[in-house]
Design a protein around this ligand. Structure first.
Ligand code: AMP
Length: 431
């Protein structure tokens, strides 16, 4: 199947040629004909499958060229980063047309965005928050909108955008085509589809919750934080040839900072970090430096796990196992992008075993275990860390079985009781 077979018009074929896209990806083959026919479509596809172009190509084909001042297509996405990314794809694909695209997102003053809307647009790519804000102030006319795309719908719902999405539905003309793309298909996305889409055609890039098959997955079992850090450094230093571009995912912002500091001391200019404690500018700069290949390693929390497209990420390392299980799929989806292969490595300690088992159930695969190389030092676990892990394991068991009192608490109880007994004996002896 070629793009010509999908009836893509000449001006867009030229743009695809410039971009070096030779053949359509599976989601493009499946989605483009139905979207071009004007049907409502549900697309289950992760980033990295080519899903953005899957909805953009038929929409751009329908819009053809610039018309009036009012937008005819609205694309809602969860984050500023994704707004910028989608807008950039719109611009690349519409190089040979005069179609205009405006990006709306929060975190910056609205005046420039308002000026762009006033100058006229055909497509608006927006976060639901900023769109509703500008709409309610009377800056956006919606009566000509005939295509509405909800991209990364699962993520938008997770972020609490449902009220804004409902409000937006109410202010655009009843007769419009709705497209919903989502990496996963949990119950809440299903309800959203039932509520808004009319006789939708459902297309899937791969079965839901399945990591892209071009990603090779491994896991290492490690006793504690220091051992994880040692293995991370070992892999970076010893597999230098293979690890061309690495994203390290960690659980917390603090951890991201600490690991970045540790790696920077050893590797100097090769590391940056991105997390939500950082200012927009610093995040943007770090992302750019990584994207441009100026730094080899990016340490991040799940902030940038979804949606961000960085080509040629050779390795993803999950320094911590994500507690939000579908984040695992999003994380490892950073590598193995379209037609390329990648490696995803997960470090798992005792307290995280349970979460990784859940993830293995979700992806319906057992992730192969690799032996930690002997050269990697695995120091004993500090007492404080043992307690944190024990508590987490207890909490997991309690969640599964509410009657379970918890070995950790038992132990604590026993320790308290022993102390009390000792005090009583001491008192008695004194008497
Ligand atoms: P997406 O899944 O939309 O985030 O796209 C992931 C990456 O694949 C982006 O960098 C696109 O530019 C690229 N891409 C989309 N379609 C194709 C294609 N048919 N061939 C090669 N790359 C593509």
């Amino acid at each position: 199947m070629t793009f010509e077979d999908l009836n893509i018009k000449r001006q867009f074929l030229n743009a695809l040629e410039d971009l070096g896209f030779e053949d359509p990806t599976p989601i493009q083959v499946k989605a483009i004909p139905s979207i071009a026919n004007g049907q409502d479509v549900i697309g289950i596809a992760q980033t990295g499958t080519g899903k953005t172009a899957a909805y953009l190509l038929p929409i751009l084909g329908n819009l053809k060229f610039a018309q009036s001042l009012e937008p005819r297509c609205l694309i809602l996405v969860p984050t500023k980063e994704l707004v910028i990314q989608v807008k950039s794809q719109v611009e690349q694909l519409s190089t040979y047309t005069d179609l205009r695209c405006v990006a709306l997102f929060g975190g910056v003053g609205p005046n420039t965005q308002i000026a762009e809307i006033v100058a006229g647009s055909d497509i608006i790519v927006a976060t639901p928050g900023r769109f509703t804000e500008l709409y309610s102030k009377g800056h956006i006319y919606t009566r000509k909108i005939k295509h509405l795309v909800l991209d990364e719908a699962d993520r938008m719902l997770d972020m609490g955008f449902m009220p804004q999405i409902r409000r937006i539905q109410e202010v655009i003309p009843q007769k419009h085509q709705k497209l919903l793309f989502s990496a996963t298909f949990p119950q809440k996305v299903e309800s959203l589809c039932d509520e808004f889409l009319l006789w939708p055609v459902r297309v899937e890039a791969s079965p839901p919750a399945t990591p892209v098959s071009t990603v090779t997955q491994h896991k290492y079992r490690l006793p504690n934080f220091m051992s994880k850090l040692n293995l991370l450094l070992y892999l970076i230093q010893n597999e230098k040839q293979d690890i061309k571009r690495l994203i390290v995912f960690v659980r917390t912002r603090q951890l991201a900072e600490n690991i970045t500091r540790f790696l920077s001391r050893k590797l100097e200019d090769e590391v940056r970090s991105v997390h939500s404690n950082k200012g927009q500018n610093s995040r943007h700069n770090a992302m750019n430096a990584f994207r441009e290949g100026d730094v080899r390693i990016l340490v991040t929390t799940d902030v940038s796990a979804r949606g961000i497209d960085i080509p040629d990420v050779s390795h993803v390392i999950n320094f911590s196992v994500p507690r939000q299980y579908d984040d695992y799929i999003h994380r490892i989806g950073r590598t193995g992008r379209v037609f390329k292969s990648g490696i995803a490595i997960t470090f798992v300690d005792k307290a995280e075993e349970h979460h990784l088992e859940q993830i293995e159930d979700l992806i319906q695969q057992k992730i192969p275990l690799i032996k930690v190389p002997e050269e990697v030092e695995q120091p004993p676990t500090p007492k404080a860390e043992i307690l944190v892990m024990a508590k987490e394991i207890d909490d997991q068991r309690k969640r599964q079985d509410p009657t379970f009192k918890g070995a950790f608490h038992d132990k604590k109880d026993r320790a308290v009781k022993a102390k009390e007994k000792k005090a009583r004996a001491l008192k008695k002896r004194k008497r």
